[in-house]
Write a protein that binds this ligand. Structure first.
Ligand SMILES: *Cc1c(COP(=O)(O)O)cnc(C)c1O
Length: 448
């Protein structure tokens, strides 16, 4: 049950995040123009040439890391704005610095939009990332040494759900639940039994690598039966929850945490929501002054922009398209005899079990990389191989859908996966696929 056994090296199951995209479009925002100018001659700092290099990498390849996405140029502009200059410790109307009158309006707007987006009563938009949102949620609810029950990291849970290499497994006494060993699905009866035995103060649900829907009501019942709080971490599925494509934990879980940069398609950051006024006060005090100092108001502004985008009907269509794309991609892969954990998916990601293909996650990630396709190796439930190698990969469609790719491209990309698997060390073949990838991406420029 102890998590350190399950993921000994403590590596994140989604190690590489590529960062943000700069867009080569007409009327591109000032910050990007500056970057391009400086890359040519301008400020002469090597960093800007490297940013251009990364921009090219993001443009020319197929990004299928399930936790990544491409933000709009408006989100990018807010992130690169002068708001980075401002100190604003505290909350709107209650700051410890002068000159916050505009910042207050921006942060209030972010809060109001977030509340509307998820239909919640209280929201904190200051967490710097998903991990700090979880840290604050725990801080608001439990004391060091209290018991925490979360999903084991090798079963798709996150480091912050109690892994021993994380603060969450060191400050709190953490226990893990896994997945049904036969089906790969959550087994609520098993989890209820573990909860009865452990008697945790907090039950954590919501995952980094689980391809199926989560029943928050069942989790609430489990938590309530042992008098524990329930936290739902919707980091991956936030976009699906906001648009009604996944059950919402708002009003069910005591606290809901999330990142904003995965399916929600905002800047790299975190949020916390609740419907309980007393908990909301504790969450606010946990974020500031307990855990963080000055909020990143430029990122909060970018979150406000992203929440505004997510409130539009076009965002609901976008999420629907991600799911349709994933269905087609998964079906096509399965037609080439790839095994998927749980035999399919309800969301934006799949876990591919590569054992029947005689490949490791490490090998396949690396060969796909040579072919211009980025995924991450990922342990499968009860993976016999260590986390640095693994028997699986995790693949998502959120980023490619942002570029406008549709089922036709998904089918071809799934075929490319098969070609790569069959030509794992055929450099020539991999280069051929890479050329095809590049010409495919040309038809889907990053113009949002
Ligand atoms: C990505 C993720 C996080 C952490 O987000 P960071 O912004 O990388 O700190 C937390 N929980 C889950 C379930 C995640 O998938």
């Amino acid at each position: 049950m102890a998590k350190e056994k399950l993921r000994a090296d403590g590596k994140s199951p989604h190690p590489k995040r590529a960062g943000r995209k700069n867009f080569q479009v007409k009327n591109t925002v000032a910050v990007n123009k500056n970057i391009m100018k400086s890359a040519k001659s301008g400020w002469g700092d090597k960093v800007f040439a490297l940013i251009k290099e990364e921009e090219k990498r993001q443009t020319d390849g197929l990004e299928m890391i399930a936790s990544e996405n491409y933000v709009s140029k408006q989100v990018l502009e807010a992130t690169g704005s002068v708001l980075t200059n401002k100190y604003a410790e505290g909350y709107p109307g209650h700051r410890y610095y002068g000159g916050c009158e505009v910042i207050d309006k921006i942060e209030s707007l972010a809060i109001e939009r977030l509340k509307k987006l998820f239909g919640c009563k209280f929201a904190n938009v200051q967490p710097h990332c998903g991990s700090s949102a979880n840290m604050a949620a725990y801080y608001a609810l439990i004391k060091p040494g209290d018991k925490l029950l979360g999903q084991a990291i090798d079963a798709g849970g996150h480091l912050t759900h109690g892994a021993k290499v994380s603060f969450s497994g060191q400050i709190y006494k953490s226990f893990g639940y896994g997945l049904d060993s036969k089906t790969g699905f959550l087994n609520y009866e098993d989890i209820a039994k573990i909860a009865k035995k452990v008697k945790p103060k907090v039950v954590m649900c919501g995952y980094s690598a689980y391809p199926r829907s989560i029943d928050f009501k069942k989790f609430k019942k489990i938590a309530r039966s042992v008098n524990a709080y329930l936290i739902a971490d919707i980091a991956h599925i936030a976009g699906l929850v906001a648009t009604g494509y996944h059950q919402s934990p708002i009003g069910i879980a005591d606290i809901v945490t999330s990142t904003t940069h995965k399916t929600l398609r905002g800047p790299r950051s975190g949020i916390i929501m609740t419907n309980d006024e007393e908990l909301a006060k504790k969450i606010n005090r946990a974020i500031f002054p307990a855990l963080q100092g000055g909020p990143l108001e430029h990122v909060i502004a970018a979150k406000a922009v992203a929440f505004g985008e997510a409130l539009k009907p076009s965002f609901k269509k976008y999420i629907g398209d991600i799911l349709e794309n994933m269905k087609v991609f998964a079906k096509t892969l399965m037609s080439f005899d790839f095994d998927l954990v749980t035999n399919g998916t309800d969301n934006h990601l799949i876990l591919v079990d590569l054992r029947s293909k005689n490949l490791t996650g490490q090998e396949f990630e690396s060969a796909l990389g040579e072919a211009g396709i980025t995924v991450n190796k990922n342990g499968i439930p009860l993976d016999p191989l260590p986390p640095k190698i693994t028997s699986g990969i995790r693949v998502g469609t959120a980023a490619l859908t942002t570029r406008g790719m549709r089922p036709k491209e998904m089918q071809r990309i799934a075929e490319m996966f098969n070609i790569v698997a069959e030509n794992i060390s055929n450099k020539k073949k991999l280069q051929e696929i890479k050329r095809e990838v590049k010409s495919m991406t040309k038809k889907f420029p990053l113009t949002r």
